[in-house]
Design a protein around this ligand. Structure first.
Ligand code: ZN
Length: 122
C-alpha cells in the first residue's frame, strides 16, 4: 500500500497536495475533500461509510454553502490516515491513505473523460 511521503496544506490556493512514496502526486481542492468527508454524518449514515466517493456528486458545489471549505488544521491519525479540522469545527472525517488514493484516482479518471472539469481555482 502506498503511503504519503509529504503532505502539504496550501492554504493560499485552497489545496492539499500529497506526494506518495511511490513518486506520484495528488492535488486535491479543499472543497472537494470536504465534500468527500468520509464520516457517518457526511455520508448519510454508517451504512455508507467506507464506500468509494461518488466523484460526480463531489464536483457539484452547492450555491448555499452549509459547510466550510477552509481547513484550519490537519493531524495525523496513527500511521494510516489524516484528520482535517474545518473552520466550522467539523473534524469527524478520518481520511485513510486508501481512501485518499481512491479519491485521487477517481478525480483523475473524471478529468480525463470530461475535459470541462477543472479543479476549482484554475
Ligand atoms: Zn464529515
Amino acid at each position: 500500500m502506498s503511503k504519503p511521503k509529504h503532505i502539504t496544506l496550501d492554504r493560499k490556493n485552497q489545496r492539499l497536495i500529497i506526494q506518495w512514496a511511490d513518486g506520484s502526486t495528488c492535488d486535491y481542492a479543499l472543497n472537494v475533500l470536504r465534500e468527500a468527508c468520509p464520516c457517518a454524518d457526511c455520508r448519510g449514515g454508517h451504512a455508507n461509510m467506507g464506500k468509494p466517493p461518488d466523484i460526480d456528486s463531489l464536483l457539484v458545489i452547492p450555491l448555499v454553502r452549509t459547510k466550510s471549505y477552509e481547513m484550519t488544521s490537519l493531524e495525523p491519525v496513527g500511521h494510516y490516515a489524516v484528520k482535517p479540522t474545518w473552520s466550522d469545527g467539523h473534524d469527524a472525517g478520518i481520511y485513510t491513505w486508501p481512501y485518499l488514493r481512491e479519491l485521487c484516482d477517481g478525480l483523475e479518471a473524471h478529468a480525463g473523460k470530461d475535459n470541462r472539469y477543472r479543479p476549482i481555482g484554475e
